[in-house]
Design a binder for this molecule. Sequence first.
Ligand code: PLP
Length: 441
Amino acid sequence: MAGHVFGRSTAALPTAVAGAGCYIIDAEGRRYLDGSGGAAVSCLGHDHPAVRAALHAQIDKIAFAHTGFFTSEPAEGLADALIDCAPEGIERVYLLSGGSECVEAALKLARQYFLEVGEPKRHRIIARRQSYHGNTLGALAAGGNAWRREKYAPLLAETTHIPPCYAYREQQEGESAEAYGLRAAETLRAEIERLGPETVMAFVAEPVVGATAGAVPPAPGYFQRIREVCDAYGVLLILDEVMCGMGRTGTIFACEQDGIRPDIVTIAKGLGAGYAPIGAMLASSRIYDAIAAGSGSFQHGHTYHGHPLAAAAGGAVLEVLRAPGMMDGVREKGARLQAHLEARLGQHPHVGDLRGRGLFRGIELVADRETKTPFDPNLKLGPKIKKAAMARGLICYPGGGTIDGKHGDHILLAPPFIIEDIQIDALVDMLAGAIDDALAA
Ligand code: PLP
């Protein structure tokens, strides 16, 4: 459709006009099974009655009251509910409008914390290669997604990146998963020592890496050792659960499965589930108390943060996510999806790895399974798969540069938690067809 929207690219797109369960329907009446929830957003499908009702009810009460003057019932309710299920030690919730804003706020909060506690030299951020933390300049600097950073490199704050925890490519022959996890985590210690521990503020990581590498879970013990290293050097641990949090991996917070407590954790996508733009930065009482005892306010803020409508949507989504059986369902459906992927694609000559947790799954594509050689990036496999999948009525989320920002291809799957077994089967069928269509093109 020709129009005046400044889109992500200049390509023409179908117009989405309606949502029905796991499907998006376009203006031509075509139905697309949302196999990736857009980008791991639509965890409750596209017409959830409870979330819609909460939005309708809130808009009839009050849509907006500036957070410089008022708090609101939906914001208070959502914060209480989040703390009720947050990792131990996390006590405060700062509501924002999306993932990048949450990461920006987390970085600034870390900096202000060290000023409050009298450690002004701490300003350095360590993150990981092959991770993504958002597109605003602070979040982009933290991210280790090489192609996203490249054009803006001169504008980015100083950040150093350690290697990812990426067993498929980094675990050595004869090395156990646990030994690999410890080896990968020790790179953080080396980097802190190299930079000077008294200058390091925070380490930022996605518990399960999302869009940049395709649902890469950590090796066993990795995050526990990361936590120990952060504690040993007084460095804050910021976990970015914008994509992998809010039940996506089968627990409300992804880090629950790794048995660790972050100092700050960010969530977004699945919190609003696509019904409202919302994110949250959650912080420990230690951090909050330092600010309360010091300057008394976090020097940050946006006009729309803590928006009552968005908070109402988030509150309704969280209630559905926390309902009995919901997380069990994510784990069971995730296992079914993985089993189907293995049955259908496990022996495919160009599928190197099938991985993930819960309903967060990644498929890494390779030119050669034995040598794990990636495809030539010039083939632009990702866009071909996306196009072929849409032609078959499937939305999936392919990405390139899986290995180093340039080489490697993966497909990310993150379907709604309400997906039915028969739809899981259809998803895998359409995906397998789309991969073959793209390889043949
Ligand atoms: N952090 C992670 C892990 C993400 O996956 C994303 C988005 O994909 C972001 C941050 C940025 O979120 P947003 O696009 O809502 O700004």
